[in-house]
Design a protein around this ligand. Structure first.
Ligand SMILES: Nc1ncnc2c1ncn2[C@@H]1O[C@H](COP(=O)(O)OP(=O)(O)O)[C@@H](O)[C@H]1O
Ligand SMILES: [Mg+2]
Length: 368
């Protein structure tokens, strides 16, 4: 007993002994020259010489800060603009892009439009037609009132709109935060939003963009993801990025959903799925999930929606994994498009600036 105690305390156990320096390493450590700063230290002014007065930031800078979170890449712009078109009740949404969305993104819809006098509000921060004073009752995709001003602060944005039932159309533009006057134009019913030279005003962000092809692929993915949740809307994707997509409108019923799934996720998935239909305590789940013999090497083809909003959610991914546990090997993943519907008050969608995550008030109920 005595010996054992002695030997373990005297030297580390053999399992971790290799972490200690060897004699030669110890010698090198002792003879190493003291730390000296690199020859060209970065020129950052120390805080003590920076201006000490507290100032209100300009609107443009405030919007650029928001844009840093909301507009990560061209696909984020497409997501925000398509959400706006859907919130406006559009049944036809056309997206055109060039240069991986960095040179051009144009989204045209046939929705309710905006009257000329509202255009300056649409591009102002914290202005929205969607939220009342109740943050717990969100029934639209947008609610933060910051997408358009954010985009306008980092790109050249123009908004042209003609509301339903009038013939007065108007246009407004914002370039790197500078807002133009509203001018009358001729336009069809609905709204066209054009974004050119994304991130020209924030070159640091521009440096983080991937190849045009990768940005184009991300845009296509965003359109597909939105399109799955809105089968009755016709979506097209065109432009010089050659990522053409044409999704005809289909009825907003189970049959229609299966047709949209086939359009977006491929006919082979549509032919190898089982319909899912479940409801309990005010939460309903519907959609399609693959039969076990139809699986993928990653979870990319798992689409989740909460009240029509596409979300990434670990809880839902985990629930799928659990459901297929006995049927699929660990490295295979089911393919699924699942729609959860519940009272908006039971889910917090105000968790992430890009509205990509949600938090359930009762996670256990949803997981089950
Ligand atoms: N395509 C559109 N059709 C009609 N109205 C729109 C459209 N896009 C934006 N708007 C109006 O501009 C407002 C601001 O849009 P946005 O900055 O995306 O904020 P949010 O969508 O959170 O309200 C919207 O609330 C809406 O009233
Ligand atoms: Mg919006």
């Amino acid at each position: 007993m005595q010996r054992l105690w002695k030997s373990t305390s005297a030297r580390p156990s053999s399992a971790c002994r290799h972490l200690l320096p060897t004699g030669r390493e110890k010698a090198a450590f002792i003879t190493a020259p003291p730390f000296s700063p690199p020859p060209n230290p970065p020129k950052i002014a120390p805080m003590t010489t920076a201006p000490r007065t507290i100032r209100q930031l300009t609107d443009t800078v405030i919007n650029q800060i928001a844009a840093g979170e909301v507009i990560e890449r061209p696909a984020s712009v497409v997501k925000e603009l398509v959400e706006n078109a859907l919130d406006a009740g559009a049944t036809r949404i056309e997206v055109a892009t060039a240069g991986g969305g960095l040179s051009l993104i144009r989204v045209t819809d046939n929705g309710g439009g905006m009257p000329p006098e509202e255009l300056p509000l649409a591009v102002s921060r914290h202005c929205t037609s969607k939220l009342t004073d109740d943050i717990h009752d969100i029934r639209s995709l947008g609610f933060r009132g910051e997408a358009l001003p954010s985009i306008g602060s980092v790109a050249r944005l123009s908004l042209r709109s003609r509301p339903e039932g009038t013939d007065s159309a108007a246009e407004i533009s914002v370039e790197g935060g500078r807002v133009s006057a509203v001018k009358p134009v001729a336009a069809n019913r609905g709204t066209t939003v054009e974004v050119r030279d994304l991130f020209f005003a924030t070159p640091a962000r521009l440096k983080f963009m991937k190849s045009e092809r990768a940005e184009t692929a991300a845009i296509t993915e965003v359109v597909k993801r939105m399109a799955l949740a809105f089968p009755h809307v016709r979506f097209t994707l065109t432009g010089s990025d050659r990522n053409t997509l044409e999704l005809a409108a289909v009825p907003a019923d189970g049959e229609g959903l299966l047709r949209r799934i086939a359009q977006v996720m491929g006919r082979d998935f549509a032919e190898n799925t089982l319909p899912i239909e479940a409801a309990r305590e005010g939460v309903s789940l519907s959609g399609h999930a693959s039969i076990p013999s139809f699986s993928r090497a990653n979870a990319m083809l798992q689409y989740f929606y909460v009240n029509g909003r596409p979300v990434r959610d670990k809880l839902l991914t985990g629930a799928i994994r659990g459901a297929y546990m006995d049927a699929l090997p660990r490295d295979r993943h089911a393919v699924a498009a699942l729609f959860i519907t519940l009272d908006p008050a039971l889910v917090d969608v105000n968790v992430h600036p890009a509205k990509a995550d949600v938090r359930f008030r009762d996670p256990g109920l949803v997981r089950g």
